[in-house]
Ligand binder design. Sequence first.
Ligand code: GRF
Length: 191
Amino acid sequence: MSKAIKNIALFASGNGSNAQNIVEYFHDNDDIKPCLILTNKASAFVIERAKNMDIPCIVFTAKELRESSKIIDILNDFSIDFIVLAGFLLRIPQNVVDLFPNKIINIHPALLPKFGGKGMYGDFVHKAVKEAKETETGITIHYVNAHYDEGQIIFQKKVALSDKDTPESIAEKVHALEYEYFPKVIAETLS
Ligand code: GRF
């Protein structure tokens, strides 16, 4: 990407702790600007976080994402260069993927290709990891294509699990990795 300043849009469907962590990480960065949050859920806590951080937040519906140009128009209006999915639960349609080739990344809270695909999000992932008696889990950051969790992997980080771990403690370990590595990987991907 040649342009010096890169405007990032963050998509989030729920709590938004990763979105907030990313906005804070780049707060004093002159080149990488998380400047917009988009959510498909009108009750998502990420909206509150966006208000507190004084960053514009736009709510849209799944239908608008699938069937209208609303999202593309918004991304153009904000001169968005790069999209980060941070806990975003809907599939990105092909027309958006086509406009942002290798410029959309997602974080998945497990070591893909294990525990990925439709319905594998949040606590469902951590419960499945526990049930499978995995000895490790981790995070996967990958490019996004129009299929769930199938784009090229950019980065993975593992964390060990013991049989004492619960889905809740697994979630905590995974969140710690997300907060530490996701912003750094975004910076590296954009450099
Ligand atoms: C994270 O674990 C992320 O990996 C997954 O959904 C969770 C979102 O958490 N895709 P938050 O909304 O960032 O707090």
